[in-house]
Design a protein around this ligand. Sequence first.
Ligand code: HPA
Ligand code: ZN
Length: 369
Amino acid sequence: MTQSAKSEQRNQFHTVSLREILQAMPKVDLHRHLEGSLRLETLAEAAREHGVDLPSYDIEELRPLVQVVDGDPYDFHRFLEKFKLLRRFYSCREAVERVAYEAVTDAAEDNVQYLELRFSPASLAMTQDFSLDEVTDWVVQAVNRAQRDHNIAVGLIVSVMRDFGRAVAENVTEVAIAYRDRGVVGLDLAGDEVHYPGKPFADLFRRAKAAGLGITVHAGEAMGPERVYEAITVLEADRIGHGVRTIENSDVVQLVLRRGIALEVCPTSNLQTGVVRSLGTHPLRDLYRLGLRVTLNTDDPSVSNTTLTDEYVVAIQGIGLTMIELKNIIMNGVRAAFLPPREKARLEKRVAKALGLTTSARFRWRFWE
Ligand code: HPA
Ligand code: ZN
């Protein structure tokens, strides 16, 4: 065969890239903030439509204000700063509903089959003085519509912001509990971990747990393993948001292991908040190999300019996970979901089958529980 015939034959076959394989994989995201999922196009377009005051309505001019871009220092507080401008966007019911609907749509397009989407009712309500109930209602309705329109199941998590104070936290917790039968599956503690410990919120998280909500707490991200310890022992967390600094203390590693606590790891976010110096030194692989129940998630897709497919690519190419390890981690996500047992079993069966996993492998994970 001549050289040109050979290359012609080669060109007839499309080489499937790793990204395409990962894109097609069924995915589970347990840690994604609604406020960090706002499409830049929507921000510019809808802000103009609804008369929101922004420094610019040009996407490229807005980008560095709401997204981590090349040249930005990787710093936790700078990362959180990006949310301040985004809060101006929630000027009316339509804006809140649009963000919620599109966040679910984007996840479905990335082949996320089960999404736990967290939102801070206080952040959505504060600019226009909406009530926490009404913004929660708008999110619930838009998410339900998006679930029906796309092939995806969504559970909502309500975020209490550490830096908004006790009184707001109490009201937000009450709303979360009131919406337990209307799509809210968990309560989260988010915001500035450095200046605001979790302890003052302990009674609220215990109340939410007693009411049947799953508990997840951002900890061991900007602060060390002592905050993971606090989240588990004082706030009774079932899962830890990030928790990557657990690795720094073997007693805390043992505690997380013994209690079967899942870690919601978000590699790109961890890089951009300065929690890890590089992806190559991210502790995800070590945490996994120690037997901890790690999961892989996005955190804030639009702030970090990422998708869950991107995070899977990073896990394999940047962090060095194998494909089977990644598949196990996806199953960890299913097993750590705040879903009732029957629904979880159904999801587990469906995802394991789509990932081509055997019954014996499934049995091994059950055994772990
Ligand atoms: N940490 C704390 N709060 C947050 C984060 C985070 O990574 N993302 C959005 N809110
Ligand atoms: Zn987060």
